[in-house]
Design a protein around this ligand. Structure first.
Ligand code: HEM
Length: 428
């Protein structure tokens, strides 16, 4: 599985070797650090207690540790970390764990200065204790110097973060402006679509009437093949008319979450297949039961439509299959759009949900915003989106929607179909 940013924790052996070489961290170091392992059991319990005492005594860190159960849990994990620290094995697995732990602290919003500062506790307490276990002593001047070194590292690193934060802020501002423009264009496009829809409806009606009259009035005079073609044109008119009617029926309050049934939304997507498919033989299958979800129906329909049209556009053969699937987990609905198209190379899978991303090698070129909007809409609904894909074997785009996004009100609850009820309905 590869969702936005989830694969960032891989570290290349060569890159790790280069880092270790720059630090002069050689095999001998690994061996001698591992010798401290014997003193670890004696030192660790008290040290871990002191570590969290210190964090709890400082407002900058105490706020993160309000839950005593969390602190107890962290004590165990911190002990594990301490053990790994003196394990003498600093391979890719070790480095990847550190990256993951770093990401966790970043996600809870802990600033690097506090994370880094906590290492001072390791240095100030464990160094003398380890030295004592080796019948030796760390000169106090060196311990003091290490404090200054940590202060310096923290201050210097902050300038790096400040620069990249500023860069991101600027980037986000530009992105927000682009999105604002895009949304405005979308609103205008919808208004225009409604205007055009009225015109098209009138013209389609006129064309359908003429076709019907011709077939009715001159049935005997028209060769069979020509009559089939006229019937085909009439059917196509009806299909497009259906799409136009759907656009015209869109409520003005589009964007409001409510209980929505997926069968109706997927039917609307199916209606569009004639347009997406451009005459190709593409089979679309959808769940044979309806799922009731708390969502803005129009946005959700566009998520399905985007994923399905994306699958159609990238299909590299005249025949294809697209399946919309639904699964239920303890707390989420998971919808997937599965295709048997060309698949997506691994290195692109984490990029495709980013705005303006386009694969230049693909013949179909959009604005590079479709999947980004899918991600935005899904995230606005409290869900996540990801892709699993194997080159040459197709792709599975999935998104989750929380089950209990909003507890239904008492009035609502009478009419709410729970997912379990959906499944019961399916079974009966
Ligand atoms: C020497 C510096 C630190 C080390 C080595 C360290 C290590 C760790 C480790 C190993 C975990 C568990 C990760 C996992 O679940 O696999 C963790 C989680 C956590 N740490 Fe630290 N930590 C450090 C500093 C701090 C500081 C200064 C705070 C401030 C309060 C802090 C707060 C937390 C919290 C709240 C979590 C739980 C995060 C979550 O589950 O979402 N840590 N830390």
């Amino acid at each position: 599985m590869n969702s936005s940013g989830s694969d960032d924790f891989k570290i290349d052996d060569t890159v790790l070797a280069e880092r270790k070489s720059f630090l002069n961290l050689v095999e001998k170091d690994e061996r001698v650090v591992a010798e401290l392992r014997t003193a670890f059991d004696r030192i660790a319990p008290q040290f871990i207690e002191n570590f969290y005492q210190h964090l709890l005594a400082h407002p900058a860190s105490a706020g993160y540790l309000q839950d005593p159960k969390l602190v107890e849990h962290l004590k165990q994990l911190q002990t594990q970390y301490f053990e790994e620290l003196v394990s003498g094995q600093y391979d890719a697995e070790y480095a990847e764990k550190r990256l993951r732990v770093g990401r966790m602290h970043q996600q809870i919003g802990l600033e690097p200065r506090w994370y880094l500062g906590a290492y001072n506790l390791y240095i100030q307490e464990c160094f003398p204790a380890f030295a004592a276990s080796l019948a030796s002593e760390v000169p106090p001047q060196l311990l003091s110097l290490l404090k200054v070194i940590l202060l310096d590292i923290g201050l210097t690193l902050e300038t790096y973060f400040a620069a990249s934060t500023e860069h991101l802020r600027q980037h986000n501002k530009e992105l927000e402006q682009a999105l604002h423009m895009y949304f405005q264009t979308e609103v205008k496009a919808r208004q225009y679509a409604k205007l055009a829809g009225h015109e098209i409806r009138g013209s389609l009606n006129a064309i359908s009437n003429v076709l019907e009259e011709v077939v009715d009035d001159f049935a005997g005079d028209i060769p069979v093949e020509a009559r089939d073609s006229l019937q085909g044109a009439y059917d196509r008119c009806s299909q497009v008319m259906h799409v136009v009617e759907t656009i015209l029926a869109e409520p003005e309050d589009a964007g409001t979450p409510q209980w929505a049934e997926t069968d109706g939304l997927l039917e609307e997507v199916r209606d569009r297949m004639a347009i997406y498919g451009e005459g190709r033989d593409i089979e679309l299958t959808t769940p044979h039961y309806s799922v009731r979800v708390w969502a803005d129906p129009i946005s959700l329909r566009e998520v399905f439509a985007n994923l399905v049209s994306n699958a159609v556009h990238h299909l590299d053969k005249p025949k294809g299959q697209i399946r919309v699937e639904h699964q239920l987990s303890a707390s989420t609905h998971i919808f997937s759009v599965v295709d048997d198209g060309p698949g997506i190379p691994r290195d692109q899978q984490s990029l495709i949900f980013q705005p303006f991303y386009r694969n230049e090698a693909q013949p179909h070129r959009g604005k590079g915003l479709g999947l980004y909007f899918v991600r935005r809409i899904v995230e606005q609904h409290g869900g996540q989106v990801w892709v699993e894909s194997v080159t040459g074997a197709g792709s599975r785009f999935s998104f989750s929607l929380p089950l209990n996004r909003l507890e239904p009100s008492v009035a609502d609850s009478k009419s709410v179909t729970t997912p379990e009820a959906n499944h019961r309905a399916e079974a009966s």
